[in-house]
Design a protein around this ligand. Structure first.
Ligand SMILES: CCCCCCCC/C=C\C=C\CC(=O)SCCNC(=O)CCNC(=O)[C@H](O)C(C)(C)COP(=O)(O)OP(=O)(O)OC[C@H]1O[C@@H](n2cnc3c(N)ncnc32)[C@H](O)[C@@H]1OP(=O)(O)O
Length: 719
């Protein structure tokens, strides 16, 4: 909807009204068309101002409409009509002007922005391009290099930056609508021809062809298979090389391809998934909207290894007072230096003062007595963590929340060490903890909604996307990683190479294949866990064959590499070889290939040709199957939680929506059929056995992902 008022006698004011962000829904577009006609037909009205209600100009096209039948007046002719208007039209930009919202403003003859406003063309993040003339008008207004930057990255810019680009005509600290109305009165009788951006030539730097080539190469390198960034470059190239009308035609063609592509659907699903995870719920019925968090002013981090350092930086940068505790003197000194360096580099990048004074360091756990929340980040060892939790429970005030950064150990066992188990939750950060966006907030059977709400809010305050999940081995992310890693090892046993498996996964869109990723994280991490679990060293007296554990297939390949001291990048050898320890350039290692040949010979394994399809299906479908088990067990509330975890924590390609969305795209019946096929071939691999929920969903006609929760509810109620 939109509202019309006449102000100061001669200005027609059109206010977009569509909470929460005044998106350009069919009703809003209809309102703009009708009210523009009214303003143009009223003789007293000499100029027009367009603004949005509640201090927000416009968040762009209504993304919810994209999935269905589009109705109402289309955006492109609406914007053309505004640009062609015989009376000056001024956009009064408060809050945000994004996507179609900025394209609307670009159709206006003038743009006035509040100094706190942000503008941008983020369509690329939704798998689209600025398809309402934005790809053709923006380069004509601000030049090709700046337009390429904004359109291919989708980044939001501040009003000050927009003014520098010439994207807005004026910025103000006062009431933007009032300023725009006065401005509109002043320009009421000014000629408009030069203000119609579509008539401007597209000024290009002399080396524009080289620029396009460079940007295209960069975009292809970083897009990991996403098509929208490439189409964005092509659309801007059309603006630079074709007359406006032909450029618009090219924009339309490219937009039509993107709009109907699976990638746009995946990215739009993911946009809403990110927001859905904030509306968390627990099996007890506790929910985000009925559970109040308690404010946290002062926090503590126990253990200043890699994770503890990153968590300390994340907290300090967000303005929290932090007590950082490390009992080893040498480690404490090193950590202090490393944390200060991280804070200084971060502050330099953001143009602010480093938050060094937010941190108090100590060697004694007693120094956390008065904090509101503690995050334990000591070595991943249950006995050690239990001891720390006992100490914390004795030292801290009774109301302190005690959180563990464990990546998969039982939260309940830690809670049992404390006086107030209801205040214990997991806060599983991902390395590097001050950079990675994901935080798994893990509730155990005793965790209170208060503790979950507080950890979720803290996560938000430090800029994380927080997902509440239940307590089980590995939680969501690492639990699903297990079958994925396992399949990758089995594929090596059966004839594949690490390079081939990685190539297939990287072509799919992962930033790194499974073996390169393992080399980066360190092979010793998983090895220590398997040793502690009694998996890594089969006891011959127990009669365990090397490749079997409790009747299930097991691959000791990772253990054998660790026994050779091959821990990955840090030792210069792992699944690949590196020039020197710490180097990141992975090279195929002939030693590893011979080792695999000998291993296969020793175990009478006959290598067979493994193709692209088999690698993808076995690695991804086994992981997806575990995702369905997680939903069935109630560890994740819905598929969105899993997808957000995988995109933000495990570099799953965002344009594929996440593993569960991908399963829906492939077709649940196909996933089921292929799992059945592989399980038949490998009956000693339980992770390939299709789970009950997957079967149930297929039996229910494979409903769209938005309807899965209903089936999940039914399945859980029958358990
Ligand atoms: C066959 C060929 C066909 C071709 C047809 C072409 C027709 C299309 C032509 C042009 C297309 C233009 C493309 C666009 O404009 S795409 C949209 C571009 N806009 C964006 O990407 C902005 C997205 N939104 C955000 O970035 C943020 O939401 C922001 C606006 C910055 C506000 O952030 P914040 O304050 O943190 O609040 P939330 O993110 O939680 O959002 C609050 C609620 O608002 C909902 N929302 C936000 N934006 C939109 C939108 N554009 N459409 C619909 N809904 C939106 C969001 O989901 C939240 O709702 P809820 O709380 O229910 O989850």
């Amino acid at each position: 909807m939109a509202q019309y008022t006449r102000v100061s006698g001669s200005v027609g004011l059109i206010t977009l009204q569509s909470p929460p962000v005044n998106a350009l829904s069919a009703a809003v577009r209809q309102g703009i068309v009708d009210l523009m006609q009214r303003a143009l037909s009223e003789p007293e009205v000499k100029s027009v101002v367009i603004c949005g209600q509640n201090g927000i100009f416009c968040g762009g096209a209504d993304i919810k409409e994209f999935g269905g039948q589009m109705s109402g007046p289309p955006l492109i002719p609406m914007i053309h009509a505004i640009e062609a208007a015989s009376k000056p039209v001024v956009a009064a930009i408060e809050g945000i002007a994004l996507g179609g919202g900025l394209e609307l403003a670009l159709g206006c003859h003038y743009r006035i922005a509040h100094s706190k406003a942000r503008v941008g063309l983020p369509e690329v993040t939704l798998g689209l391009l600025p398809g309402a003339g934005g790809s053709q008008r923006l380069p004509r207004l601000i030049g090709v290099p700046a337009a390429l930057d904004l359109i291919t990255t989708g980044r939001h810019v501040t009003a000050a930056e927009a003014l520098k680009f010439g994207l807005v005509d004026q910025i103000t600290d006062h009431n933007t609508v009032n300023v725009a109305v006065k401005f509109a009165q002043r320009v009421a009788d000014q000629p408009l021809d030069a203000r119609r951006i579509s008539t401007h030539p597209c000024l290009c730097p002399s080396d524009v062809a080289v620029l396009f080539e460079e940007v295209m190469q960069r975009v292809r390198r970083t897009a990991r298979g996403a098509i929208a960034p490439i189409a964005c470059v092509q659309a801007v190239r059309a603006a630079a090389t074709l007359p406006y009308n032909q450029g618009m035609e090219r924009e339309r063609e490219l937009m039509a391809t993107l709009f109907t592509s699976g990638q746009a659907r995946a990215l739009q699903y993911f946009f809403f998934a990110q927001r859905a995870v904030g509306r968390w719920s627990m099996p007890s019925g506790a929910r985000w909207d009925t559970s109040k968090p308690r404010p946290v002013h002062k926090a503590a981090v126990i253990g200043l290894g890699t994770m503890g350092r990153g968590i300390t930086v994340a907290l300090a940068q967000a303005g929290f007072s932090v007590v950082a505790v490390e009992t080893q003197e040498k480690q404490l000194m090193e950590a202090k230096q490393a944390i200060s360096g991280m804070l200084e580099r971060g502050a330099k990048r953001r143009g602010v003062a480093p938050a060094l004074d937010k941190i108090n360091y100590g060697r004694n756990i007693q120094s956390v007595a008065d904090v509101d929340l503690v995050i334990e980040a000591v070595f991943e060892d249950m006995a050690l963590k239990k001891k720390v939790f006992q100490q914390l429970s004795a030292v801290c005030k009774p109301s302190t929340f005690l959180c563990s950064n464990t990546s998969g150990l039982d939260i309940d066992q830690l809670a049992c060490q404390t006086r107030n188990p209801e205040l214990v939750v997991g806060m599983h950060f991902f390395a590097p903890a001050h950079v990675m966006k994901l935080l798994e907030v893990v509730y155990g059977p005793k965790s209170s909604p208060l503790a979950v709400a507080t950890a979720m809010q803290l996560g938000k305050k430090i800029g994380k996307v927080s997902v509440a999940v239940g307590n089980c081995r590995g939680f969501v992310g690492n639990r699903m990683l297990k079958p994925y890693l396992e399949q990758a090892l089995f594929l090596l046993e059966e004839g594949a190479t690490p390079e081939f498996v990685d190539q297939v996964l990287e072509e799919f869109g992962f930033a790194m294949g499974v073996f390169r990723m393992s080399d980066l994280s360190g092979l010793d991490v998983g090895w220590k866990v398997r040793l502690a679990d009694g998996l890594a060293m089969p006891d011959p007296t127990m009669g365990q064959p090397t490749r079997l554990r409790q009747g299930r297939r097991y691959s000791p390949l990772g253990d054998l590499l660790c026994e050779q001291g091959r821990f990955g990048q840090k030792t210069g050898r792992g699944w690949y070889q590196y020039d020197k320890p710490g180097s990141q350039v992975a090279k195929p290692d002939p030693w590893l290939h011979s080792f695999l040949d000998e291993y296969r010979a020793r175990h009478a394994l006959v290598a067979h040709r493994i193709d692209h399809q088999e690698v993808l299906e076995r690695c991804l479908y086994s992981m997806i199957n575990e995702g369905f088990r997680i939903l069935e067990d109630g560890i994740a509330a819905g598929p969105e939680d899993i997808d957000v975890i995988y995109v933000f924590g495990y570099s799953w390609p965002r344009h594929r929506g996440g593993p569960m969305f991908y399963a829906a795209t492939v077709g649940l019946n196909k996933v089921l059929e292929r799992l059945e096929h592989y399980y038949q071939a490998h009956p000693d691999v339980p992770s390939l056995q299709p789970c009950h929920l997957l079967r149930k969903l297929v039996a229910s006609g494979s409903p769209p992902i938005q309807k899965w929760r209903e089936v999940i509810k039914k399945v859980r109620s029958q358990l």
